[in-house]
Design a protein around this ligand. Sequence first.
Ligand code: ZN
Ligand code: ZN
Ligand code: FE
Length: 763
Amino acid sequence: MQGLRIQIRGIVQGVGFRPWIYRLAREEGIAGRVRNDTAGVTIDAFGAEPSIEAFLGRVRSDAPPSAAICDIETAPIAVEALDEFSIVESDAAGAPTVAIPPDLATCPACVAEIFDPRDRRYGYPFTNCTNCGPRFTIARDVPYDRSRTTMAVFEMCPRCRREYESPDDRRFHAQPNACPACGPSLVAMTPEGRPLDVADPVAEAAWYVARGLIVALKGIGGFHLACDATSESTVARLRARKRRQQKPFAVMVRDVSAAFEVAHLTTEELALLVSAARPIVLVRRRETAPLADAVAPRNPLVGLLLPYSPLHHLLLDAAKRPLVMTSGNLSEEPLAYRNAEALERLGGIADLFLAHDREIETPCDDSVGRVIAGRPVVLRRARGYVPRPLKTACHFRQPVLACGALLKNTFCLGTGDLLHPGPHIGDLENLDTYRAYEEAIDRLQRFLQIEPEIIAHDLHPHYLSTSYALARPETMKVAVQHHHAHVVSCMTEHGLTGPVLGLAYDGTGYGLDGTAWGGELLLANLRSFHRLATFRPVRLPGGDTAIRQPWRIALALLDDAFAGTPPRPVLPLFHAVSATDVTAVTTLLRSTFNVPSAHGVGRFFDAIGALVLERPLSSYEGQIALEWNLAADPVETTSYPFTLNHDAEPWHIDLRPMVRAIVADVGGGWSPATISARFHNTLIEATATLVRAAARRHSGLPVVLSGGCFQNARLTEGLLGALAPEFAVYRHEAVPPGDGGVAVGQAVIASAIVDGIQPDTTN
Ligand code: ZN
Ligand code: ZN
Ligand code: FE
């Protein structure tokens, strides 16, 4: 006989872990006990040595899919003469337990029940079990149990309670456990909030959808607006009412076979689509896809997602068509998640409300992912991932709050050796979003019982996140350069402490010299960086106006490349712009007022995209850049000339030769697809040349890719192909490459600076 104490850390509470351990112990003939504690789960196991070994092996290898084990520690203990294995109640007086789990997509067993007419949960939209259901979004406090969730108001009926209390049951300690007799109920309402007297609100909603109407649907993390994705006029109406002109909508399909009808899917894309987090996955749309063009205008990709709540399964089954499933808000506003608020804000958009009386405590957007070079990359980290922590190689001696950047803001709390990125908040540009941001920070702090001592923020003096940081009562504030934070966010994912050659390519970020950086090669460690190289800057006539009107940047690039005499007349783009505007911008270019310089690689996508696609205006952030990226011919291999200027540090990549060659190609009648491919190839070649040159001075360093430009699969895959034979190249997976990932880097850098966890090695 042998006794072993096994301590497991990670997401192991609220995911059916203890019942699973219980069954495993019985199967392997192990006696002892399992309990939740402040660190995770502790098991005392007693049995013959081979049984203990087999048991431990299975604990390591077959954990339930929704659990995430960070580490397992074992220590021998004295043998106790026990006959049985039992689940011991948590010590109520103990310190609060570890993190609340993320929301989990409905499991196959629960889906089977809601479609089984003989089951007592047939058609019940709030069915869940220990393997699935809402978690983070219904939690009000820690430790995570029913009395501290929005399910507290529903008293379990005797049958539900029996399931909840029996360790053999799939619903043992499933905190949101419910059935039609005792749980939440669904209601269909008019936009005025009047409940409709209908037997089946789901069937009613399906009827509305079939008639081209718009349904506001209360989901897991907030309201969605749903409508028929196959109808041009319906989708156009949704766009008009939501005031969202062209930005793609996500589409929910009933199941995997419906997903294959809509898109080409690789094995990796399919795995991401069906994962318990159920993100929106960007995939290549089929030519034959039964989708309205208005879903994603001029975009060969489609954001696809599968049902992740019983309500989605029931609605998709009844509607018998793919549905647009977009967040319930007006453009730029935060997500609506309370019934009254939804009626007020979405009353002018939706024709019917499908709501219920289970409150959402914490709003959480859908996450977005994409497979790049065969690996899943989280582009927007929210529902299904948050508040799952990320383990870091460094240790936060003092808790840190990192406030993030401006667009696609996310904050992050760091404590011990864990990082807790908050949910995606959105663009911090209006008061409502700012309020949602403050609330989300307060809430996660409370859930994690963290009082931050260090506040990290962006170097930009005018970001709302910076103002927020500066107004916090804590005295220790650390300003972090944006691209340094990008690079370190990626280093952190891979346990790198530097030095590294970090490429940070994005639209914009405040540089040390006050200009907009965004095409940077940094020699970086966790504390500091040295700017080795950048791109020759582009001028932005009119500042932010130029970003919404990329023809202005195109004109500035041409002006630079042709030394003040851009060949405008031969370029069709400028036929689409009024002569007065062209003259005004030309005048602006000769001045120094309101013509900031920008180094962002994203600006070349905006400008060249506008030029070649003849698209003077952008209707949402990054639109033209995205279209230009997706236009590229996949097989074209040639590229354009560029120069790498070594005269002074930082070195400059000069793309003027490329701009001149592109003008020649436009004149020569080459297709946008070919020109876009050559443009991408040029960026890849220029970057690889730069990295090789830098590596001659700083040899043997890993290369790190970060920044929003690496959401671009063609750029990332091309660069991996060019660099991988010579360098260890690291890229994002769990942390978004874009500004949603910046807070992770900020947290680590601030802590490294304050705690001095690493000597400065870059000088
Ligand atoms: Zn389930
Ligand atoms: Zn019940
Ligand atoms: Fe950025």
